[in-house]
Structures are given as C-alpha cells and as structure tokens.
Design a protein around this ligand. Structure first.
Ligand code: PSV
Ligand code: MN
Length: 426
C-alpha cells in the first residue's frame, strides 16, 4: 500500500486553518524572544530517523508473542511499511536492516523499491546473538568473545558478510551489538573475553570500507544476567579507540542501569568525537523498548540538549546515525513508530529552543535558578505546531496518526497480507 501525496494534502487542507492559528501564535512568541523559527523548522524538516526492519511486526516477550495482523512478511513489505510512515511523517527516510533476517534476494529491485519511497539504507546490523540455520559453530557461549577461535572466526566472517550486503545497498555503517557475557560468576575469564572481543572487532574493522563507520553498542545485562562483555559506554569507547578513527560508540537509551545520566554520557562522547549512533526508545526498568518519550520525556529532552550542543560545538564528532530501537507487544507497530518519531522530533525541537548563549551566561554567573528556568521554559513550550509546519512544507501529514487511522492503513494491510502474516525478526 502506498499513501498518495494528494490524499495527504487533501486531509491537510481540512486542518490547515487551526494549524495556522496555532503556528502563527507560537512563531510570533518565539520571534519576540529572539528565536529563529525558520532555522528550527528547517532543522526539523531535515532530521531523519532510521526505522529498524525488526520493529515493523509485533514484538514479543519471553512469555509469548501476540501477532499483529497484516504484518510485513518480506523485506519488500517492510520497506513498504517504512514508506507509509515516511509519507506521513517525512521523518523516516531510512531503514536499518538486521542480517540474516533481511537478506535481499534481488538487490537492484530492493534498491529501486526503497528509492521509490525516498528511503535510504542506514546502518546494517549483524546478528551473532542467535544461532543461524546450518551454522557450524554455536554462539551459546559467546561469539566475538568466545574462547574457541573457530567460533570467533565464524562470527567475524558473519560481520564481513553483513558489510558486503550493506555495501550493495549503499549502507555506510555496521552496528555490532553483542549478547556475549556470562550468567554465573566464574563462568568466563573476564580479561580473555574482553581481549578476544577486541581482537575480533579489530579483524572486522580492518575489513571495513574506508568510507564506512563501525558502531559498537553496549548494554549492561540481558540476555546474560551476570556479566556482559561490552557492558557500558566506557568499554565501548575503549574498544572503538583500539579499532581506529572510524569506530564509534553507539548509545541505546535503554542500555543503561537505572538512573544513569545518559545526557552526560552523550556530552562526554561528543567531546571526544566518538558518538557514532543513537538508538531511541524508552523504559521504566531495563531495556524495555517501549515507545520513545512515553515514560521519561524530560530525560529525552535533556539528552537532546546535549546532542544539539554537540552538533553545534563538536566538529570532531560526526553527525550521529539516528534509529528507533523500540519494540512492543500490544500496539499497532506502525502507530507506535509514528508516536516515537513525534516524541523524538518534539524533544529535538524543544532543545533547539534553548538559548545557548543565555544558558552559558547563567552558568558563568552560577545562577542556578536561571539555568533551570532556561531549560524548563524550553521544555514547557508546546512545540507541536513547529513539527506540523515542518511536515507541511515537506509534504507530510499535519497529523500523521490521525491520517493513518482515517486512511485505514492497517485495515488495508490486513486485506492485502491477511491476518496471519508474521514479520521475520525477534
Ligand atoms: C539489543 O537489545 C538491541 O538494542 C540491539 O541494537 C539489537 O540490534 C536490537 O536491540 C534488536 O535486537
Ligand atoms: Mn539498540
């Protein structure tokens, strides 16, 4: 199913008056305060977040999975689904593939399909956390960290194969997330596991095309519950430095122990020029992978404040690769992604409202109250008319979620794909 541009515009025309009133009011208020509304809208319109191919079907828990009807059962259908989200939001112009879940059959056809939706291929993700069909070696006791060289070789080779696949599609980065670790004290030798991981990552890095980046993701626990080899940003940062200048740390919002100061981690990594990628989601307890901004929107805003600061002040840091990494088991996955994108844009827009010079002055004067006021004034501003304006000028829907429901997208997908289609992935 494709959403016709004209249909979106027709729907927008119905809501344009009320949007215009809200936008004019906000825009006048911001301009009076010295804000550059034009610049903010351009930045919002340019901001694109990759959709992971594994988020388009219903996620499950270890207790079960409740399928969502009309799920995409092929890579082509996954790309079509991202096309739907992108047409409505104009914010999802990229897809991130997980290999081997998404190996293309016909590369040219897949590339053409993606470009017909204005979608590019972002980072490719390797998978050494599951055993693959007919694989000789098992990852039960680790992959890149495994004490057995034959297992490590297989895992390295898999990553090289993923780079090859990504290369054929126009991807420019590889994300490595390892489940490697241990469940019980004494099970592994920490130093050997880390050394093996470092050596394996270096092998992968050596094969990386010159214009590619390697993103090293960290996570404190799960699926292993006693130790994880790449448990935190420090370990990832160290490994990235060992690999070389095109290796970076990837921050996933859900991959921290409770109450970690993620915004400070972002600031540190950007200062050191090593924040390569970013996975958005939200959580209450652990790696819950729920809708972005649904639980801790203020923390997301504070993180965006550091991201914006870094993008403005740290030329040593590349422009980060943004991706949503959420998966849930009860919502329509496409509606959930639309909500996540809106939350990301909202936090970004609010961070763009912060007067950095004013904040700096208040900091220099140790005016703690004023520092807080500056942040909270930005946070308390309802920026949704800015998001709508950015979508309007890009040809997206004023209200993507309403349009999705009015256009009966899910019903259409069910009619086409049936009630029992199942997305490949987790
Ligand atoms: C692991 O929890 C993770 O965040 C990694 O990015 C994986 O690639 C993704 O989720 C899907 O399993
Ligand atoms: Mn992730």
């Amino acid at each position: 199913m494709r959403i016709d541009k004209e249909r979106i515009q027709e729907q927008n025309r119905k809501d344009i008056k009320s949007h215009q009133e809200k936008f004019d009011f906000l825009s006048n208020t911001l301009v009076k305060g010295g804000g550059d509304v034009h610049d903010i809208i351009n930045k919002l319109a340019e901001f694109q977040v990759a959709i992971p191919s594994w988020a388009l079907g219903a996620g499950g828990t270890r207790f079960g999975r409740f399928s969502f009807q009309g799920e995409p059962s092929s890579l082509e259908q996954k790309i079509d689904d991202v096309g739907i989200i992108h047409a409505l939001t104009q914010t999802a112009g990229a897809i991130s593939l997980h290999i081997p879940w998404d190996i293309p059959q016909d590369y040219e056809a897949i590339k053409q399909l993606a470009s017909s939706h204005n979608i590019v291929f972002d980072a490719v993700n390797s998978n050494t956390f599951q055993d693959q069909k007919n694989a000789k070696e098992s990852y039960k006791f680790g992959s890149l960290s495994n004490r057995d060289k034959a297992v490590r070789n297989q895992a390295v080779q898999h990553n090289l194969d993923v780079i090859d696949i990504g290369n054929k599609l126009g991807s420019k980065s590889l994300t490595v997330w390892l489940a490697d670790g241990s469940n019980f004290p004494g099970q592994i030798n920490f130093q050997n596991a880390l050394q093996n991981t470092q050596d394996s990552l270096k092998d992968i890095y050596r094969a990386l095309p010159e214009d590619w980046k390697l993103f090293i993701e960290y996570k404190p626990y799960e699926p292993n519950f006693y130790s994880t080899v790449i448990q935190d940003w420090g370990t990832s940062f160290m490994l990235a430095n060992e690999c070389g200048e095109n290796a970076y740390t990837l921050v996933d919002l859900g991959h921290h122990l409770p109450n970690s100061n993620i915004e400070q981690i972002v600031a540190t990594l950007m200062l050191k020029g090593k924040l390569g990628g970013f996975h958005f989601n939200d959580s209450k307890y652990g790696d819950d992978d729920v809708t972005v901004g649904s639980i801790k929107p203020y923390a997301l805003f504070l993180t965006f404040n550091e991201l914006v600061y870094g993008m403005n002040n740290n030329p040593q840091n590349p422009y980060p690769a943004w991706m949503i990494d959420a998966s849930h088991n009860i919502k329509d996955p496409l509606e959930d992604l639309i909500q996540s994108l809106e939350a990301v844009q909202e936090a970004y827009a609010k961070a763009l409202l912060i007067d950095q010079e004013q904040l700096r002055n208040a900091q220099l004067e140790n005016d703690v109250v004023q520092c807080q006021e500056i942040l909270q004034n930005a946070y308390r501003t309802d920026v949704r008319p800015l998001l709508q304006e950015a979508r309007l000028i890009s040809g997206g829907a004023l209200s993507p979620l309403n349009a999705y429901r009015l256009f009966k997208v899910r019903e259409n997908l069910i009619n086409k794909r049936g009630k029992n289609s199942i997305a490949t992935g987790l």
